[in-house]
Design a protein around this ligand. Structure first.
Ligand SMILES: [Zn+2]
Length: 87
């Protein structure tokens, strides 16, 4: 699994001869993995060839996070109900 979210940014590639240098509408789309680390947003470039793997990893992270949150809520409810049964 991979923690973060996939974002798409548009921009020129930097090659002076490329059509994107003259026509902003032809700017390239690039995918990045975005996550927060110690309060700072971090970005990692994701090559097109690896996009599917990153998408699978991010989906697995979201599922894991949901399961962990549900488990944590159940633990809190269980602890609370045990508390009520203490004479
Ligand atoms: Zn370009």
């Amino acid at each position: 699994m991979i923690q973060g979210s996939l974002v798409t940014l548009r921009g020129p590639c930097g090659k002076a001869s490329c059509v994107c240098a003259r026509i902003p509408a032809r700017h390239h789309q690039r995918r990045y993995l975005s996550w927060t680390e110690a309060g700072r947003t971090r970005m990692l470039y994701v090559p097109q060839a690896q996009l599917k793997g990153f998408q699978r990893g991010v989906r697995a992270w979201v599922e894991f996070k949901c399961l962990a949150q549900e488990l944590a809520r159940q633990n809190a409810r269980m602890l609370k109900s045990q508390e009520l049964h203490i004479p």
